[in-house]
Design a protein around this ligand. Structure first.
Ligand code: DC
Length: 221
């Protein structure tokens, strides 16, 4: 069984996917974390995000692993745990930029398909239902208004102690959504056979429940 969850930033994809994975014993694959790891590495190595060829070469020689630990899932880049470093606003923007590079996408899509293998998986991202797992049995396109998504992300950052404003988060998110849905390679869009779920006006808890019920009903059908 493969479940694909796509949608714009802050729609609640990862919270929902983690919950479903633990409830149903599925493997959760956070593909955004992989693009974040490459964006982080480019920033760390002072490689300009416009230097596509350099970033492509860097991605090809990078080792990315997702490991299940006592605290959930961790992402390792070249053998080092970078989980705590990839959720900053700078890395979000860098991830969005490097994700537009065709070669980077091809390397990561290959890795994503390899990890999915023959496991029961729930994978979230931007191109899972359209490109990575086109035969997934369940495809969900999760969305919400930009204002709702920005408010959720703002509260999340605030809780972690990151200093920012709601307005800055909203502007970053709108910029990232635009980049992600207007790039030439695998832009963010709903697969033709995806179920579109809009969680505007709902709390994260309400939307998690809605989607878990939807997935369970489809799995049992
Ligand atoms: O899901 P996220 O916010 O962690 O993703 C970070 C960036 O990575 C996002 O702005 C676009 C890119 N991305 C992508 O292009 N394709 C994916 N499957 C997942 C993420």
């Amino acid at each position: 069984m493969q479940i694909a969850i796509d949608g714009p930033a802050g729609a609640g994809k990862s919270t929902i996917s983690k919950f479903v994975a633990s409830e149903m014993g599925y493997l959760y694959i956070d593909t955004g974390a992989m693009y974040r790891a490459i964006g982080y590495k480019a920033l760390e190595n002072n490689i300009s995000l416009d230097e596509s060829e350099k970033i492509d070469a860097m991605a090809k020689e990078s080792e990315i692993e997702l490991k299940i630990t006592d605290h959930g899932q961790s992402i390792y880049l070249d053998g080092k745990d970078v989980t705590g470093k990839i959720r900053t606003p700078e890395v979000s923007m860098a991830a969005s930029k490097v994700s537009a590079i065709g070669g980077v996408r091809r390397s990561l899509v290959e890795l994503q398909r390899k990890i999915a293998g023959s496991n029961n998986v729930i994978m979230d991202g931007r191109d899972i239902g359209t490109v990575v797992l086109p035969d997934a049995e369940i495809k969900i396109f999760l969305t919400a208004s930009a204002e709702d998504r920005a408010m959720r992300r703002y509260l999340e950052l605030k809780e972690k102690g990151t200093e920012t404003s709601y307005q800055a988060v909203l502007e970053d998110m709108q910029k990232r959504d635009y980049q992600d849905s207007h790039r030439a390679e695998s832009p963010l869009k709903a697969a033709d056979d995806a179920t579109i779920i809009d969680t505007s006006g709902q709390t994260l808890g309400e939307s998690v429940q809605l989607i878990v019920d939807f997935i369970k009903s489809r799995v049992q059908a």
